[in-house]
Write a protein that binds this ligand. Structure first.
Ligand code: DAH
Length: 330
């Protein structure tokens, strides 16, 4: 019995315990064998022998039962470990996605201009020198080309540095009156708090017969647009320079954070620059061979608008794909 006790104690699983049970209680097992021996015993020894054997069997059954319970408990624990649910894993309940803040801002901008009867034009991201620079009154060696650091390919192809080349493509393909915006990605060799190598612009162009479009129209629409985007702000037009417009203006809104009293975001000026615009330069019309027309144009950076609208301090965070940022826009 001691031997059996040891065997049972060293059992690692229910299967080997069952093998022991069969070897003891089975038809050809130990106890069957012992009881069979009884037949050949003299009568007076039979009783003692049977009693001893029955005690032995009971002991075995007790040992077996205890071992079985232990091994069953271990098996269940192991099964539970395998099937357990890791509650730190992601939530399987589907959550709603949302538009990226840049795209949501783009949509809002487009919404305004479409409501003002502008149509949407797109152009290629890989441009040639003519559309991106030359026709926009930026001849080779013109110092204003330095305003934009360009990614070049071979054969004077390049990644467009602004959406203004779509102006040129549209004027070459359509007859005035033209009233378009062109949203899209642009590329520059820049990387810091407020610049990324890829960002988005919306270009605007309105062209009609000479005298039909004036700076006053430009001023009205941009003021109205900026109030639509930022609410109750003041708008100011500041003289500036762009090769493709004359006169050129940069457009500021009163700081939406300090309401114009001066803070860190507006560098204590009370104003935030948000747009470039102007009256189309005659040289641009010459490049696309349009005569007896006038027009205005504007261009804006969508990320700048998104950063102001959502108070995002670092432009780069918009492109890092960090879900913690994006989840805030759900
Ligand atoms: N293309 C200019 C830029 O990328 C933005 C711009 C300024 C566009 C004035 C215009 C404009 O059409 O009239 O900085």
């Amino acid at each position: 019995m001691n031997e059996i006790q040891e065997q049972i104690a060293s059992c690692k699983d229910l299967k080997s315990l069952e093998a022991i049970r069969i070897s003891m209680l089975g038809k050809k097992g130990y106890f069957a064998e012992q009881f069979a021996k009884m037949k050949s015993l003299p009568k007076d020894e039979k009783k003692d022998f049977a009693q001893k054997l029955n005690e032995e069997k009971e002991d075995f059954l007790n040992l077996f039962q205890v071992a079985k319970m232990k091994l069953e408990a271990i098996a269940i624990a192991e099964e539970m470990k395998e099937e357990s649910v890791d509650v730190t894993l992601f939530n399987s309940k589907p959550t709603c996605g949302a538009l990226h803040p840049v795209m949501a801002t783009m949509d809002k901008i487009i919404e305004y201009f479409v409501s003002m009867n502008f149509s949407i034009e797109e152009g290629p991201l890989v441009e040639d020198d003519f559309h991106n620079f030359e026709a926009l009154n930026l001849p080779k060696y013109h110092p204003a080309r330095d305003m934009q650091d360009t990614f070049y390919f071979k054969d004077s192809m390049l990644l467009r540095t602004h959406t203004s080349p779509v102006q040129i493509r549209t004027m070459l393909n359509q007859k005035p009156p033209i009233r378009i915006i062109s949203p899209g990605a642009v590329f520059r060799r820049d990387y810091d708090l407020t610049h990324t190598p890829m960002f988005h612009q919306v270009e605007g162009l309105v062209v009609d017969k000479t005298g039909a479009v004036s700076f006053a129209n430009l001023k009205y629409i941009l003021e109205d647009f900026l109030k639509y985007m930022f609410g109750d702000v003041r708008v100011r037009f500041r003289p500036s320079f762009f090769p493709f417009t004359e006169p050129s203006t940069e457009v500021d809104i009163s700081c939406i954070f300090c309401k114009g009293s001066g803070c860190r975001v507006c560098s204590h000026t009370g104003w935030l620059e948000v747009l470039g615009s102007g009256v189309v330069d005659p040289n641009v019309f010459k490049a696309v061979e349009l005569k007896d027309v006038s027009g205005y144009a504007f261009g804006l950076g969508v990320e700048r608008f998104a950063m102001l609208l959502h108070r995002i301090p670092d432009l780069r965070s918009l492109f890092e794909g960090d879900l913690r940022l994006l989840e805030q826009f759900r």
